[in-house]
Design a protein around this ligand. Structure first.
Ligand code: FAD
Length: 311
C-alpha cells in the first residue's frame, strides 16, 4: 500500500504546505506519491518530484483540469484512490473543498485538520475553534485526512528527482463549470507562509482605510495582510485573507492584530504565531489574553506612529 498527497499549486509553483504534508505522511512508512493535477503544469510536477521522501509523482494534465474544479479533482482521486492506504493534503480551503468529495466517492470518512497522528488510524484534532481536543479513530480501509501544516516541519528538496508518471484523467463532469474568477493581485508574501502578518478587524471602518492604515506597515515589515471574518463580511478585505477557523491558518514569527477583538474563531487561525502583538482601544478585549505584547490605543493613531518608527 502507499500514501497519496494531493498537491495544491498555482499553475507554476507548488504550495509550500505540501512539504509539511510530506513530513506528516512519513508516519506511515509507506511509499509517498504526490498527485499534481492541472493543465500545462509540468514545472509543478518537476517541483513535486524533487521533494525529499516522495517516491513518485502522478501527473494528470488535461484541459478540463486547468481550473482545478473540486468535482473533477475528487473524481480523479476516487479513480485511483483504492490503491492507497492514506490520502492526505495540507488543510486549506483548496483541499477541504476536494477531499470530502473524494472521501464520499470512496465511501470512507474524511478527517479534517489533524493536529497529531498517534497511530496509523488514530488522530488528534480540535473542535470548537481549538477549545477541545478530541482523539478519534477511523476503521476505514482508506484514511482520508487533512493535516494542520504548522505542526509538521517542511520536508527538504533533493537533486535526484522521483519518477513522474502521467495519469489519465476521467472525462470532465458536467455538474459545475468554471465561469470566471477575480484574484487580488499583491506583491506581498503569501499569507499562509508569511513570516510576518499584519491583521485588521472591522474597526478599520472601510476598505480604503484598511488598506491606507495597514498596508504601509505591512510593506515596511515585508508582511502579508490578514483580516477578521467581520472585516471580510463588511467588504473591507478580500475573502482569501481571512484568518481563522473558517479562513487561513497562519504560523508567522510575528502576528500584529490591529483592532481585532480576539474571538476564538479568529485566534484559532493565528495561535501558532510565535509572537503576537495586539493593538486595541479596549483594555478588556480578549485578544490581550493571547498577545505577548499589547498596546491599548486608538489604532488610527498607533499604527501610523508604529509605521513611522519602523526603519
Ligand atoms: C462558525 C463561525 C466561524 C467563524 N470563523 C471566523 C474566522 O475564520 N475568522 C474570524 O476572524 N472570525 C470568524 N468568526 C467570527 C468571529 O466570531 C468574530 O465575530 C470576528 O472575529 C470579530 O471580528 P473583529 O474582531 O474584526 O470585530 P469586532 O468583534 O467588532 O471587534 C472589533 C474590535 O476592535 C476594537 N476597536 C474598535 N475601534 C478601535 C480603534 N479605533 N482602535 C483600536 N481598536 C478598536 C474593539 O475594541 C473590538 O475589540 C466566525 C464565527 C462563527 C460563528
Amino acid at each position: 500500500m502507499k500514501t497519496l498527497i494531493l498537491a495544491e499549486h498555482n499553475g507554476t509553483e507548488i504550495n509550500p504546505s505540501i512539504y509539511q504534508a510530506v513530513t506528516a505522511a512519513q508516519f506511515w512508512n509507506l511509499p509517498i506519491e504526490v498527485l499534481v493535477a492541472g493543465s500545462n503544469i509540468s514545472a509543478v510536477a518537476q517541483q513535486a518530484a524533487s521533494i525529499t521522501g516522495v517516491s513518485r509523482v502522478l501527473h494528470a494534465d488535461a484541459e478540463h483540469l486547468s481550473h482545478q474544479l473540486a468535482e473533477d479533482l475528487a473524481k480523479l482521486i476516487a479513480a485511483t484512490g483504492r490503491e492507497y492506504k492514506v490520502i492526505l493534503a495540507a488543510h486549506s480551503s483548496f483541499s477541504r473543498n476536494i477531499l470530502p468529495r473524494a472521501a464520499a466517492l470512496l465511501d470512507v470518512a474524511m478527517i479534517s485538520d489533524v493536529l497529531e497522528i498517534q497511530a496509523d488510524n488514530t488522530y488528534v484534532r480540535s473542535v470548537y475553534a481549538g477549545n477541545i481536543y478530541t482523539t478519534i479513530q477511523s476503521a476505514d480501509a482508506i484514511q482520508v485526512l487533512t493535516i494542520h501544516g504548522s505542526n509538521y516541519p517542511a520536508a527538504g528538496a533533493i537533486e535526484n528527482k522521483a519518477h513522474i508518471q502521467q495519469l489519465e484523467a476521467p472525462p470532465a463532469q458536467r455538474k459545475s463549470r468554471w465561469v470566471s474568477e477575480t484574484r487580488s493581485q499583491s506583491d506581498r508574501p503569501a499569507l499562509s507562509s508569511a513570516k510576518v502578518v499584519v491583521s485588521g478587524g472591522r474597526s478599520l471602518g472601510s476598505a480604503a482605510s484598511f488598506e491606507q492604515v495597514l498596508a504601509p506597515l505591512a510593506e515596511k515589515l515585508g508582511a502579508a495582510l490578514g483580516a477578521t471574518r467581520a472585516a471580510v463580511d463588511a467588504g473591507f478585505a478580500p475573502n482569501d485573507i481571512q484568518v481563522g477557523q473558517t479562513g487561513v491558518v497562519v504560523a508567522p514569527e510575528l502576528y500584529i492584530a490591529v483592532g481585532v477583538s480576539g474571538a476564538v474563531q479568529h485566534t484559532y487561525g493565528m495561535r501558532d504565531s510565535k509572537i503576537v502583538v495586539a493593538i486595541n482601544q479596549d483594555p478588556d478585549a480578549p485578544i490581550f489574553q493571547v498577545a505577548d505584547y499589547g498596546l491599548v490605543a486608538d489604532l488610527f493613531e498607533a499604527v501610523p506612529a508604529l509605521t513611522a518608527a519602523v526603519q
